[in-house]
Design a protein around this ligand. Structure first.
Ligand code: PLP
Length: 451
């Protein structure tokens, strides 16, 4: 039975056997108690349709990954064409031409000096790849003692053992403590509600927190530290925007001590902040950038790492026919993903959609900040085409206020993300001004109803 044969969506919801399905990052019991609102049947443009037949504005671009909305005809066409010409080619010892061309294109979009591209299939894989590159780089340049990594509290770098270890979201870590990568320390997070609530864009307070890196370096000695990894804007923790001057300071300290700086741009990469990479918006150039999500508009998974040329060159040593970096995935640089990426980048470019993000940012800011004063709203944060609304804790338990608004949204035409008590938004770049206003109007009603 395929979904196109289903005409009575409510009947479908009643028929689905959800028992064998184990949902990621989800309360499975809550989901299975009433799956129909949460079960998507189709999507087009900026909207999903769920199993109850409710059309939902995709206020979070899926998981921050579909800036062009759903089923974009250009990507559908490119992927269809690719599957007929070269459906798959390994990336070990041989390669797909489409993928090689994509590397050139990504390198051109990246900040100057970062021009070597390694492909993976997800953000988690991209992060683990970057950490391995960092460790390998130091070993190959005569600094084999540089093995420690510094992440940040509240950071999210995916769910591989490497990404989890440098990540700083407690719930994601506590069950797996024995598997943690050795030698990881964390910078403090930069969120202090008492000092920055309702800041618009980058908060003025907090740059000094980067100096904590000096304390960590003093504790372990620079000669033991391989890399610092941070999201320029923390997405999964609920849109925590970098304080003015903070990343600049991190850059300075890393340079001073020979520590590589990795920006995890899995969310911010490919336009979310109005530039190809947040590094460009902020004018801070790291040594590596990880990317995923928006490069293919979420249609086919892809991730990767962009490294400085010197890092790549360090690997080009040893016997000329030897494999220099013993790392890679069966689906690294999958031609289907590469085709989806080319079409996605074409549309971003032809329609100047990063420019559109910059143009929509003031509206996004004004609309979301107009929620100040609504019941239980204790903070609003925004950056590029992202925003988060922080709610006061609920007596009913952790996340219960945000969860109930998320669930009510699924009945009233709005899909959003929630984390802790924050509701997070990252609408498609193709959203109209009216769609953004409508999204915030629904949200306002949901917040009032919940109170
Ligand atoms: N890094 C960051 C900054 C992310 O936001 C995410 C996912 O949201 C990841 C890594 C992990 O990506 P994936 O879920 O594709 O493994």
């Amino acid at each position: 039975r395929t979904m196109d044969q289903v005409t009575d969506t409510g009947a479908l919801a009643r028929q689905l056997n959800v028992d064998p399905y184990w949902a990621p990052f989800t309360s499975n019991r809550r989901f299975k108690a009433d799956p129909s609102d949460r079960t998507m049947i189709s999507a087009e443009g900026c909207y999903f349709t769920n199993a109850n037949g409710v059309k939902l504005f995709d206020g979070s671009s899926g998981l921050w990954c579909t800036p062009l909305g759903h089923s974009h005809p250009r990507i559908v066409e490119a992927v269809t064409k690719q599957v007929r010409s070269l459906d798959y080619a390994p990336s070990f010892q041989v390669a797909s031409a489409t993928t090689i061309q994509l590397a050139e294109r990504v390198a051109e979009m990246a900040p100057e000096g970062l021009n070597r591209v390694f492909f993976a299939n997800s953000g988690s894989e991209a992060v683990d790849t970057a950490l391995k590159i960092a460790m390998g780089y130091h070993r190959l340049t005569g600094n084999a003692t540089r093995t420690r990594f510094i992440g940040r509290e509240k950071g999210y770098h995916g769910v591989g053992f490497g990404g989890m270890s440098v990540g700083g979201i407690v719930a994601n870590r506590k069950m797996f403590a024995p598997g943690m990568v050795n030698g990881v320390d964390h910078l403090p997070h930069t969120y202090d509600q008492s000092k920055m609530a309702f800041s618009k864009g980058q908060p003025a307070w907090g740059a000094h927190l980067a100096d904590e890196l000096e304390r960590i370096v003093a504790l372990h000695d620079a000669s033991t530290i391989a890399a610092v990894i941070v999201e320029p804007m923390q997405g999964s923790a609920g849109v925590i925007v970098p304080p003015i001057g903070y990343l600049e300071r991190l850059r300075e300290i890393c340079t001073k001590h020979g520590i590589l700086l990795i920006f995890d741009e899995v969310i911010t990469g490919f336009g979310r902040t109005g530039w190809a990479f947040a590094a460009q918006r902020l004018g801070v150039v790291p040594d590596m950038i990880t990317f995923a999500k928006a490069i293919t508009n979420g249609i086919i998974p892809m991730g990767g790492v962009i490294a400085r040329q010197e890092i790549y060159e360090a690997f080009m040593s040893g016997p000329p026919a030897a494999i220099e970096f013993c790392h890679g995935y069966t689906y690294s640089g999958h031609p289907m993903a590469a085709a989806a990426a080319h079409a996605t980048l074409d549309v971003y470019e032809e329609e100047d959609l990063f420019g559109r993000v910059r143009a929509l940012e003031p509206l996004m800011e004004a609309e979301f900040h107009s929620l100040k004063g609504e019941p239980n709203v204790v903070d609003v944060r925004n950056f590029g085409l992202t925003a988060a609304v922080e709610l006061s804790p609920s007596a009913a338990g952790p996340s219960m206020r945000a969860l109930s608004i998320f669930e009510a949204g699924l009945k009233q035409g709005l899909y959003m993300r929630y984390t802790g008590e924050s509701l997070a938004f990252s609408p498609p770049f193709i959203s109209t001004e009216q769609q953004i206003k409508d999204m915030v109007a629904i949200l306002r009603k949901l917040i009032r109803d919940a109170a």
